[in-house]
Structure formats: structure tokens, C-alpha cells
Ligand binder design. Structure first.
Ligand SMILES: C[S@@+](CC[C@H](N)C(=O)[O-])C[C@H]1O[C@@H](n2cnc3c(N)ncnc32)[C@H](O)[C@@H]1O
Length: 299
């Protein structure tokens, strides 16, 4: 390994989704040979534990909305370490080539004449499908697989080609999609995707805190309600993602389509919560609504 990791060079290394058992053997060898490791916030604690004690480690912990270092500073840090003659590992969650801003780092290092190479990793979509016992493609039904990010700048709507994404034979792997789940669901359905398309939300994939939530596209916003900002989550959407007999122990099915409705005059009241909770709440909600309609003169 040392022959392809010379002093003054950089490897961009995929750390996989978190579980150190999902790291490639090559990644492990590069980590062991490095003089310095720069790592992202999503690199699992078990992977970081593999870094030898004598190795310098630097967190450049980028997390949505809370960047501890901006991309230009990270580029500069990598170049400075390599120009000082160190063997540099830049450890990135999942696969470096998927929403990992690798090209910016490669271009900056190349501009300084620094040799840089890439070691792939298991991306979150592959790990999520495995945990949920699903396949990302399905013969005859899911012929396309689209990796898409639903991360938009604060206050801006998502700028995605919803018509293309709504193709019925596509599986969508939506990275950074929790906050935009309602927008994703609304736009896909408006563009023609069936509301009952199976969806799976995989949280903290491959870690001890992993959770798999399943439901249908129309209920996606409801599905992600219990996920905190701090927990990475991935949305998988498409016919291939239907419930499977194989899969994570902690799988929940959440579906508002099964919620209750009540007709009040010319209004239909829909309660978007699990049926048991809806049954308990609906009578008092209906009373309050009827009172409001009375006050408003049943207009
Ligand atoms: C900046 S992207 C990086 C993706 C990474 N390069 C990969 O290939 O998985 C971060 C997003 O990846 C997804 N992600 C990464 N690790 C995850 C995990 N362990 N569980 C669920 N989603 C994960 C989440 O959507 C998260 O917001």
C-alpha cells in the first residue's frame, strides 16, 4: 500500500455509511498509512476508531446548515498538509463521488500539482436498501435509479425536473431530503407519480440507532416527522422499495392514507395521524369544527 501512498499525496477515501464493517479493506489500509486524516461529520465513530493514535486527525465536520469549515478552507487545509510532505487522507461519509464535493477538492489539489486519488465507499442509498431488505432496481418495473439531492438554499424552492423524476419506472434515492420531504411528495404527485408509490426512509443507516420507516408517497411528510435534524436520513421512492420479508428489525409502517375522515355538512374533515390516535381525537375536533362553522354562518 505504501507504494501508492507517497508523502505529499492525498487520497479521498469513502468511509461508507457508518458501520466500520462496511469500510473497504483498501480504505482501512489507507487510513492506517496516513500521517493526517481530515474527516466529515458523517464518518462513523467506529471508523474513526480505526485511525492509529499517532495519526493527526482534523474534523472538518460539514453538516447541513452548520458548516464548521467552508469548502475553500478545507481545500486549503488539504493542500497545506500535502505540500508539507504528509500522506493525507480525506475521509468522507459514504462514497466520495456522491454529493461529496470531491471535484472541488481534486481541482484545488491538482492546481497545486498535488497527486490525488479516490477510494470508493458504500453510498447511503446502497446501505439503506440493504438494511430495508430492498433492491434499488426491479426487473420490468424499476429500470432507472436516480440519485438526487433535495438540499436547497435556505428560503429557496427546490429546482428539480419533477416530470423526469416522476417517471413510474424510476427509483429515487433522495439525499438530504428530510426537510424537503413534503415538497418532494407534493411535486412528484403533481407531476404524475402515483400517491401510493412505496417509500422508505432510512435513518442512521448501519449504525446501532438505525431506523427504517415505510409508507407511501402521499404520506412522506408524515413519515419523516419523528426524525431529528441531527440524524442523517435517506428517502427511497419507487415500486422496487415495496415491503420485503428481509430487513431491519426496527421497521415501522406509518401511513396517513389510513387516517380517518368525517363529513360535516359540505365539508370533509381529514385527520392526518395514525388511525388509533385519529379515532381518539376526531370527535372533539369535529365538535370544534362544527362550532367554528356555526360562528362563520355555515358559509
Ligand atoms: C452530503 S451527503 C453525502 C452522501 C455520501 N457521500 C454518500 O455517498 O452516502 C449527506 C447525506 O447522505 C445521506 N446519508 C449519509 N449517511 C447516511 C446514513 N448513515 N444514514 C442515512 N442517510 C445517510 C443523508 O441523506 C445525508 O443527509
Amino acid at each position: 500500500m505504501s507504494h501508492d501512498f507517497s508523502p505529499g499525496s492525498v487520497w479521498l477515501v469513502g468511509a461508507g455509511p457508518g458501520d466500520p464493517d462496511l469500510l473497504t479493506r483498501k480504505a482501512e489500509r489507507l487510513i492506517a498509512a496516513a500521517d493526517i486524516v481530515f474527516y466529515d461529520a458523517l464518518v462513523g465513530a467506529g471508523v474513526l476508531a480505526l485511525i492509529p493514535e499517532a495519526t493527526e486527525i482534523v474534523s472538518v465536520g460539514k453538516r447541513s446548515g452548520r458548516h464548521s469549515k467552508d469548502q475553500l478552507s478545507i481545500n486549503a487545509l488539504l493542500a497545506t498538509a500535502a505540500l508539507a510532505g504528509k500522506r493525507v487522507v480525506r475521509l468522507k461519509g459514504g462514497d466520495p463521488s456522491i454529493f461529496g464535493r470531491s471535484t472541488e477538492e481534486i481541482d484545488h489539489l491538482a492546481a497545486h500539482g498535488i497527486p490525488v486519488r479516490i477510494c470508493p465507499g458504500i453510498t447511503a442509498a446502497s446501505a439503506a436498501a440493504a438494511s430495508g431488505g430492498a433492491s434499488l432496481t426491479l426487473r420490468g418495473l424499476a429500470r432507472k435509479l436516480t440519485f438526487v439531492t433535495a438540499h436547497a438554499r435556505a428560503g429557496e424552492a427546490l429546482d428539480l425536473d419533477w416530470t423526469a423524476l416522476a417517471a413510474p419506472d424510476a427509483t429515487l434515492a433522495v439525499y438530504m431530503g428530510r426537510a424537503a420531504a413534503a415538497e418532494v411528495s407534493r411535486n412528484l404527485i403533481a407531476a404524475g407519480r402515483a400517491p401510493d408509490t412505496p417509500v422508505m426512509v432510512a435513518v442512521n443507516v448501519s449504525l446501532p440507532t438505525e431506523r427504517i420507516l415505510r409508507g407511501r408517497l402521499s404520506a412522506l411528510a408524515f413519515l419523516v416527522e419523528t426524525i431529528s435534524d441531527d440524524d442523517p436520513s435517506l428517502l427511497l421512492i419507487g415500486e422496487a422499495i415495496k415491503p420485503s420479508p428481509v430487513g431491519a428489525a426496527d421497521t415501522q409502517y406509518r401511513d396517513v392514507a389510513a387516517s380517518r375522515t368525517k363529513r360535516i355538512g359540505r365539508y370533509v374533515m381529514t385527520v392526518a395521524m395514525p388511525p388509533s390516535a385519529a379515532d381518539a381525537l376526531l370527535p372533539s375536533c369535529a365538535d370544534q369544527f362544527e362550532a367554528m362553522v356555526d360562528v362563520a354562518g355555515k358559509s
